[in-house]
Design a protein. Structure first.
Lengths: 364, 364
């Protein structure tokens, strides 16, 4: 949230009676990585459904992890969000398609193609075949994502952070077995399991990348901006690194509320500690908040991470953060919206503010 | 075979004793469509194996049926030959992969993509993924075919007729249900099952197509040129229509022997009658031979098609032509080689001619 505005937030009165008149949906914009974000967002939609709270959600997804395998364009983070919200995700692993088979991958291996450390399931392959075909026809990543979502109906507007190519590469503190010292993020993450320490992350193409159409509008027009529990270095980091995007979030009138991806000094999922180490940041919930210091208004941490002396900003709330099931995720998402409501709605008074109404209608 | 040479063929003496010294392989060049050619060629290799006859076989495959489905480049005729000779074909239907599943196709349909009349199996999809990726990397169709054959080891050198795009389109005598009057060959063949009469076949791109590297050399250098039982209009026809190719076959020193794809007035397989009707040719074994009149030296027909008054040229042999199993196909292929041997080997006398030796070593 804009700091100038944050100093005089039009905090909405609490305790007002719920409205029964039709209310405008709350405009939520979230910056998303993969599994953590997808589960959080599913919780957000569940929370809204359970409370009858109309939401208009835009998800800005990380595309710096994207890669091309056997000529097929794969967007792991966008697909994880799409499959999870669309009901097609393999629930236990958190990514990929449910009831998956691996015939195509087996055949690619027989041809000496594919990558043995990144196996595509058959159902998943179809997504990449369609994506690759549409891109070859000249459609943009934004248009392709929208086309894929026509099938999945994720209940959110899913946007890539940029239509321009950005790729996270990892400068290793050491080498891979075969001597490489710089590898694509996915090779470091999936093949090497982040076991070779990272010295630095390079975002190739980032300087020339522009926010995808709709991204800046979604930030400017949001009533609430959420940072789900995603990797701050390689998921949220690249999104905020798209020129203009971090400034837009900072300048937005909406409160910015994040959810810690770290609980008790360890990442909830994945290997965020290896990423944080590379940039010299402690694997600690409050240290992660420090990465967003210029834009964060509210921060949810786990009970075990409640700071002894809470800072003035961001406003910290402690609650159980393990997304053990959709209901738990819904509770966390609800807490994020609640915190956003206490931090101030959009500028303008409550009668002008459909969001205010929605927030008022939201039980505390 | 070159007619000037054919008038004075160096016919090899028959009945010579088999040679036991190592012999040079017989250089066979075949022009191939899909299933019929693939089964004939498998018979040819089986025949050679059974007789200890070394062969060096080049297959020039039709690529005018190729099409792009969901961005994947599909070469039906080349793949049918490759799968059949490589032991991966679905035997009953004669094309596609054995033990096939259809997960990707099902998913493509869920995305509203793919073509419901041309379903790709999952194993088959992998071939097209690899092909498409290699083409996107800048490799030529010839190079891609060779790369795919590294896996399949078909026992022949498989060449596309041309690296340039040629597509058979069908001008309909009527329209499809949705009003089209010109459709891609595969749509006419697979979707419409050739039920809407064809008025004309258009080979788009043919004027500018060049024979693929190695094709003319394989024709010039052949000891025997074979026309397997393929569709004369839409399989062998496009190959011979590549500028320079028909002339090369006509000028070649090797005898040219064909196998009728028509038995008893009906195509053995497929809908060649619908193709022949479009060009005003009777569905008759000898009428098909007439399409090759300028280049054919020998012609195998089924017993039911033995002409009452055989022509001087081509020399016709009648034998059972149904390829009911690989053994039957081997017998037909053997008969084709036998007939070629009686029609004359390459120029030069037998001592210069490894082919002559091979043919001599071949029991009659």
């Amino acid at each position: 949230m804009d700091v100038a505005r944050a100093e005089h937030p039009h905090t909405l009165p609490t305790g007002s009676p719920s409205l029964t008149v039709p209310i405008q949906p709350l405009r939520v914009t979230a910056l998303a990585g993969g599994v953590g974000a997808a589960r959080f967002l599913r919780g957000l939609l569940l929370h809204a459904r359970e409370r009858g709270l109309p939401l208009d959600v835009t998800v800005v997804g990380n595309t710096a992890d994207d890669l091309t395998i056997s000529g097929l364009r794969v967007c792991p983070d966008l697909d994880t969000v799409m499959y999870t919200l669309g009901g097609g995700v393999e629930e236990r692993q958190g990514w990929g398609r449910t009831e998956e088979t691996f015939t195509v991958a087996e055949e690619l291996r027989a041809y000496g193609r594919g990558r043995d450390w990144f196996t595509l399931g058959d159902r998943d392959v179809a997504t990449h075949v369609v994506r690759t075909a549409l891109l070859a026809e000249g459609r943009t990543p934004t248009q392709v994502t929208a086309a894929l979502c026509e099938r999945w109906q994720p209940g959110v507007r899913l946007l890539p952070m940029s239509d321009d190519p950005v790729e996270t590469h990892v400068v290793l503190d050491g080498t891979t077995g075969d001597g490489a010292t710089v590898v694509h993020f996915q090779e470091w993450w999936v093949r090497l399991r982040a076991a070779v320490p990272a010295r630095e992350f390079l975002l190739t193409g980032i300087e020339r990348a522009r926010p995808a159409p709709g991204v800046l509008d979604a930030v400017h027009g949001a009533d609430v901006i959420l940072l789900p529990p995603s990797n701050p270095v390689v998921s949220i980091g690249p999104i905020l690194a798209v020129p203009g995007l971090r400034d837009a979030v900072r300048a937005a009138s909406a409160p910015v509320v994040g959810v810690s991806p770290v609980i008790g000094g360890a990442p909830v999922r994945g290997m965020a500690d290896a990423c944080l180490a590379a940039i010299g940041v402690e694997t600690d919930a409050m240290a992660v908040a420090g990465l967003y210091a210029d834009l964060l208004d509210g921060w949810l941490v786990d009970l075990v991470d409640a700071p002894g002396t809470p800072p003035d900003r961001p406003v910290v709330r402690a609650l159980p953060l393990l997304m053990t099931d959709p209901g738990a995720a819904a509770a966390i998402a609800g807490a994020a919206l609640d915190l956003a409501a206490t931090l101030g709605g959009p500028t303008g008074d409550a009668t002008d503010s459909p969001t205010g109404a929605a927030l008022l209608g939201e039980p505390r």
